[in-house]
Design a protein around this ligand. Structure first.
Ligand SMILES: NC(=O)c1ccc[n+]([C@@H]2O[C@H](COP(=O)([O-])OP(=O)(O)OC[C@H]3O[C@@H](n4cnc5c(N)ncnc54)[C@H](O)[C@@H]3O)[C@@H](O)[C@H]2O)c1
Length: 343
């Protein structure tokens, strides 16, 4: 069998909302075979077993990996579980680990994960899959065509809070700015209510980014980020785009795209849709495994850089001033932030 025809075996752990999306897209793609499912909740696991017709299931991810020895390990657990699952995947010898945003809970955890993965040469993919939306792609196309002139500012804001939404925003603005390196970040935050959430976060956070190519980035997340009145669904109230010397182009997560360029005013449709975005996201995993040159657009290296921007904003609130990237080890950011923010 040639490499191009290889079928890659897959285990998915965490059969909640996102695990089900992943298992569904994997099971519909002929390049993959689902060989195992895991969830600590036996009822949820049984219903996933029936839905996907997979024989091997286990409530213990390490046991399941040992049993099945898959090529690809996908885990879609809540943010508190990252490092132990990366360790398990690396120890099993999988080729690729795909997992959910946010990358980690702290820079220290992220650095440890990154070191383990780099040493083992395991590829990673992180679910910033909104970019597959036709409206996200259209905005990229307009910016890349030069129609808005020289880009000087990229921006992304979401009413969803930091650990849910911020790395989505950073990932897409980095993409719109051709992945120029971020040199430093200045951040500010407010409000402590959302620290109690499983996506533990300040209620509001903002960050200014200085890119090496001179572009300014502006990111805001949470209660107090600008509303997107064109969009009704609260989670989709995100606006991400770029301003240039001759216009702007932006995507509204739940409301299409629009642009003003030297050619006039234009707009078009698009709405974030898992059914639309997951199949190409999963297909790009097969393409990358087939050919190392076809790096996945949601690869872990760029996700880790985006994650560091979020953590740098947290550090800036605590330390004040500019925080230079890349980050080294430090105080766990969420705890440090919680201590300095006023009630
Ligand atoms: N990329 C996106 O568009 C997007 C959208 C929503 C959520 N997310 C992210 O996806 C992740 C999961 O969110 P969700 O909404 O699917 O959560 P969820 O609560 O629906 O599912 C999580 C599942 O993990 C299981 N689980 C917990 N510990 C486990 C363990 N040790 N082993 C195996 N299973 C375990 C839980 O029982 C649950 O079924 C989060 O990090 C979230 O931020 C991403």
């Amino acid at each position: 069998m040639s490499t191009a025809q290889k079928t890659y075996t897959v285990v998915v752990a965490g059969m909640g909302k996102r695990g089900t999306h992943h298992a569904d897209a994997v099971s519909r793609n002929l390049r993959f075979k689902l060989v195992g499912l895991c969830d600590i909740d036996p009822a949820r696991l049984e219903s996933a077993r029936q839905k996907f017709g997979v024989d091997t299931v286990n409530t213990d991810a390490a046991q399941l990996l040992a049993q099945t020895q898959p090529d690809v390990f996908i885990f879609c657990t809540l943010p508190q579980i990252r490092l132990p699952f990366i360790q398990m995947g690396v120890e099993t010898g999988v080729k690729l680990i795909a997992f959910e945003k946010p990358f980690a809970m702290s820079t220290n955890e992220g650095l440890e994960m990154h070191q383990l993965l780099s040493k083992a040469g395991v590829k990673t993919v992180v679910s910033h899959q909104h970019r597959y939306g036709e409206h996200y792609q259209k905005v990229k196309e307009i910016i890349a065509s030069g129609a808005i002139g020289r880009v000087h500012t990229v921006y992304g804001h979401a009413t969803g809070w930091m650990m849910h939404m911020m790395t989505h925003m950073v990932d897409y603005v980095n993409w719109y700015n051709d992945y120029a390196e971020v040199e430093w970040v200045v951040g500010q935050a407010a409000g402590k209510e959302k620290f109690a959430d499983v996506h533990s976060s300040p209620d509001y956070i903002c960050a200014l980014l200085q890119y090496a190519n001179g572009v300014r980035g502006v990111i805001e997340c949470g209660a107090g980020a600008p509303d997107v009145p064109e969009v009704e669904a609260w989670w989709r109230k995100c606006r991400i785009g770029a301003q240039g010397s001759q216009g702007f182009a932006e995507v509204l997560t739940g409301g299409g795209w629009r642009a003003v360029t030297k050619d006039g005013v234009m707009s078009g449709p698009g709405n974030m849709d898992y059914d639309h975005d997951m199949p190409p996201y999963i297909q790009d995993i097969a393409s990358w495994l087939d050919d190392p040159a076809r790096v996945h657009p949601c690869n872990g290296e760029t996700a880790f850089k985006g994650f560091q921007v979020m953590m740098a904003a947290c550090r800036s609130v605590v330390q004040r001033g500019k925080v230079s990237l890349p980050l080294g080890p430090g105080k766990p950011e969420l705890e440090a932030l919680k201590r300095v923010l006023p009630d």
